[in-house]
Design a protein around this ligand. Structure first.
Ligand code: TRH
Length: 371
């Protein structure tokens, strides 16, 4: 099968991040993936080796002539492909699918799979269908590679950290930070500098190694650190990361004891993040989500829907509400071990629906005669 994915980069990295992840999964299944993107700059660090089988092409200017037509056309996040481009890569028999943003809100189950016929213009008579990723079996599921557990079992945490130049001291906890500019960031730094809970009974409070991702998170932390005087009793050590490949960003999540993520793609990766316990089973790593803010505050309901699906206890809800600026309450204390159990149960539930790629393939097969 030949797949065409169209991606418009709005801002940040979620659009290209999801499209790239999908394209490489298609290629890993031995199918042909053409990824049409209006701005491929981020792929230079996100995908430095460009996976074999993914054909990244510029989506700019006039549609090219003479292309072999594809079996599946993915219009990512309502990126609005003009008719000349649709006709350049597809025929009326191509499975044309609108891949939507991830949400845990109830409308997703109602909308997933709905058809949308084109009624006018050069493509009148063509039809597309809506595909809604989600967390339940009535939705399109989440991107999840089949070999993910195997790779997590084999992951060598210490070797990976050493390769990144990160020296973890005994008993130190690792926290990754990928965020926009949360108002509560200063409170988080305070909390990590002088944690209330102790590492060992009668021992000093835990040391935290904060691994700050490149870009907006680094800029936000640096701006705050400039104005702070670091106390000699500070239990916080900050390490600024370079831009990581998408695979290494996953490794970062697997290596840490708590992950702060933002947007949608890193949320899903945080949900999957796990390390083998001494007993050999995969143990989830707790995470905190900063949702992508929308001007009309639509993200408030979206955040609550996710926390409901997570079955988040009140401490985790309170932390999320403050972290996302929904209220001005003081930032709740970190409860890493309780939140780890919540993450473990959520991960188990998220594994129940079929993965997103398998569901996309099944939807395409019901639409395209050749697929
Ligand atoms: O970058 P984001 O904030 O993306 C956002 C949201 O997806 C939002 O919904 C969308 O509307 C907006 O973009 C336009 O967060 P997200 O979704 O987690 O995407 C980040 C991607 O970047 C993800 O694929 C992981 C990847 N990444 C790396 O590959 N290397 C890195 O070092 C980091 C920090 C991230």
């Amino acid at each position: 099968m030949r797949w065409d994915i169209f991606c418009k980069v709005i801002d940040n990295y979620g659009d290209i991040g999801v499209c790239w992840r999908l394209a490489r999964q298609i290629a890993a299944h031995g199918q042909e993936a053409r990824l049409w993107v209006d701005d491929a700059l981020a792929l230079a660090w996100m995908a430095p080796d460009l996976a074999e089988g993914v054909d990244v092409r510029p989506w700019q200017g006039q549609a090219p002539n003479g292309l072999p037509r594809g079996d599946v056309l993915i219009e990512a996040f309502g990126c609005d492909i003009t008719p000349d481009w649709v006709q350049a890569v597809a025929t009326a028999d191509t499975a044309w699918i609108n891949l939507e943003y991830l949400s845990a809100e109830p409308y997703v189950e109602r909308m997933h799979g709905l058809p949308s016929p084109v009624l006018s213009g050069p493509l009148a008579g063509w039809r597309k269908r809506f595909f809604y990723p989600g967390f339940t079996s009535a939705t399109g599921g989440l991107l999840r590679e089949p070999d993910l557990p195997r790779r997590q079992h084999r992951f060598d945490r210490e070797a990976w950290l050493t390769a990144q130049g990160i020296q973890r001291k005994d008993g130190e906890r690792l926290v990754s930070l990928f965020c926009y500019e949360p108002v509560a960031l200063a409170s988080l730094l305070d909390q990590l500098e002088q944690p209330q809970e102790d590492g060992e009974p009668d021992g000093p409070p835990r040391l935290t190694h904060l691994l700050v991702t490149a870009g907006r998170a680094t800029a936000a932390v640096q701006a705050l650190m400039r104005g702070r005087s670091t106390s000699p009793s500070s239990r916080l050590c900050v390490h600024y990361l370079p831009r990581l490949s998408q695979d290494d960003y996953d490794h970062l999540l697997w290596a840490c004891d708590l992950n702060f993520v933002r947007g949608e793609d890193s949320l899903v990766r945080a949900l999957w993040a796990a390390r083998p316990s001494p007993a050999g089973d995969l143990q989830s790593i707790p995470f905190i989500w900063q949702i992508y803010p929308q001007h009309d505050d639509a993200h408030h309901d979206k955040l609550q829907a996710f926390l409901n699906w997570m079955r988040a206890p009140s401490s985790l809800r309170a932390f999320h509400d403050t972290w996302n600026g929904l209220d001005a309450a003081p930032l709740a204390g970190l409860d890493i071990s309780a939140w780890g159990k919540v993450a473990q149960q959520a991960r188990a539930r998220a594994l129940e629906p079929e993965d997103l790629f398998s569901q996309l393939r099944a939807m395409a097969a019901t639409m395209a005669p050749r697929a």
